[in-house]
Design a protein around this ligand. Structure first.
Ligand code: IMP
Length: 432
């Protein structure tokens, strides 16, 4: 039985939540491998809308098991709040259904305070983070003063780890957020956080056992590949490997056990926070994309920056993520534009280039080289077969596919689970 990874190919918010939710119907186990509560996965089931930040969206299917892998950074209060919200909506999440890696790092209140302080102090040079403590938590992990979720099991061990972590924090935060570095307060919170102990597990063994038993395992990426700390638009990135590289490190599953990689790309670009975005449209067309696509952050509510599809950037992600097939999402949002543009190259200092510069300042200086395609007027949200799409919509998909370097296997035309058009016979699990 195959295992399948789902990776966002842009700056996040590509609609992975819905795709993962649809694929979960055929999975036994869903595993998240990176990021934290900076992610916001929106899933609509019937008339109900769920926004999940840490719990894999597979939890909305009653018979599936979910794993929060070791690469995820977990805010204990955030996770407890999410479990409570699910419970209130009739979804009981038992430890049989959700396993939290004992190696996952905890996002502590001082990480959140540091994230906000650094952003505030950076002024015009701020990154525009989600303010969820993600960067400082990964920094502590790499600096070897992070706290594993497994430490929640043992008060004395937790206290020792906390002492090590707090060593340099009081200086920075003592005056601005004293409560965030107050050991007594943090230890008092431990009583609450210990509610997570029943969920702790050796998830490396658990996922390998599932693979050995021939179960279908779905790996759910968070954010998008262009936010990858190594291969994204550094420094305007998140602090982990949001591309495929994060999967192996963030689950303990080696690359030769990942059978297929499905990329999710939006039919246009969006970005939240700062950083270069060559095709950004700070005009009425961008505003129209934002309104029609309801482009407001699921985590922070911030309006997303919108622009035409950037094939240079998206192709870069397809390449380094080893994408077998793509789901192109939000195609319905493009209905009603008389013409649609797609960036196929950049112009930089008098040269035309087809690859993405590594330096953020160079990327910001790039001007897109556009191809202009015909638009279509008809709404397509209820179309269920590719043949029923307006010819201009089909041409758009064919154009994108030809230049992306990967087969477009699915088109998403709305929020609902059933608003997915399958192209060709092969499903994402089986490939071909
Ligand atoms: P951080 O991950 O909160 O440190 O934020 C770093 C950058 O990544 C900012 O530009 C955020 O807006 C962006 N970011 C982080 N998570 C997501 C996400 O799930 N979707 C879209 N952008 C994100």
């Amino acid at each position: 039985m195959p295992s399948l990874a789902v990776v966002g190919l842009q700056w996040g918010d590509e609609g992975k939540g819905k795709v993962v939710d649809a694929l979960t119907a055929e999975a036994d186990l869903v595993c998240r491998y990176g990021g934290g509560a900076n992610a916001g996965h929106t899933v609509c089931v019937g008339s109900e809308r769920f926004v999940l930040h840490l719990v894999p969206s597979g939890i909305l299917h009653p018979d599936k098991r979910c794993v929060i892998g070791n690469g995820v950074v977990v805010d204990p209060d955030g996770l407890l709040g999410e479990l409570q919200a699910l419970r209130e909506r009739g979804i009981a999440v038992s430890p049989e259904r959700l396993a939290l890696s004992e190696r996952a790092h905890l996002v502590m209140p001082y990480h959140v305070a540091l994230d906000r302080l650094r952003e505030e102090r950076a002024g015009a040079q701020r990154l525009g983070t989600t303010g969820r403590g993600i960067g400082p938590c990964y920094t502590d992990k790499t600096a070897r003063v992070g706290i594993h979720a497994g430490a929640l099991r043992d008060r004395a061990r937790f206290e020792r780890r906390l002492q090590a972590a707090l060593r340099d924090k009081a200086e920075l935060l003592g005056r601005v957020a004293p409560e965030a570095v107050d050991p007594a307060r943090l230890l008092a919170a431990l009583d609450r956080w210990q509610q997570l102990v029943p969920y702790l597990a050796d998830t490396v063994a658990l996922v390998h056992q599932a693979l050995d038993a021939g179960e279908r395992v779905l790996f759910e990426g968070a954010q998008g590949a262009l936010l990858d700390v190594d291969l994204g638009t550094y420094p305007y990135v998140t602090s982990c490997n949001a591309g495929i590289g994060g999967l192996c490190a963030g689950t303990g599953v080696p690359p030769n056990r990942v059978d297929r990689v499905l990329g999710v790309a939006k039919a246009y670009m969006t970005r939240v926070g700062r950083g270069p975005m060559p095709t950004e449209l700070p005009d009425r067309t961008g505003a129209a994309l934002r309104e029609r696509g309801e482009e407001y952050g699921a985590t922070t509510g911030r309006p997303r920056r919108c622009g035409w599809l950037d094939l240079v950037a998206t192709r870069h992600a397809v390449r380094f993520c080893g994408i077998d097939a793509v789901c192109l999402t939000k195609l319905d949002v493009l209905s009603g534009f008389s013409e649609i543009r797609v960036a196929v190259a950049y112009r930089l200092g008098g040269r035309v280039i087809e690859t993405m510069p590594a330096d953020a300042e160079e990327l910001a200086a790039c001007e897109p080289v556009y191809e202009t395609l015909a638009g279509w007027a008809e709404p397509i949200a209820e179309v269920t077969r590719e043949e029923e799409l307006p010819p201009a919509a089909r041409d758009y998909v064919a154009f994108v596919e030809a230049r992306l370097g990967a087969r477009i296997a699915w088109l998403s035309v709305g929020r609902r689970r059933d608003q997915l058009i399958c192209r060709g016979e092969a499903g994402p699990w089986t490939g071909a």
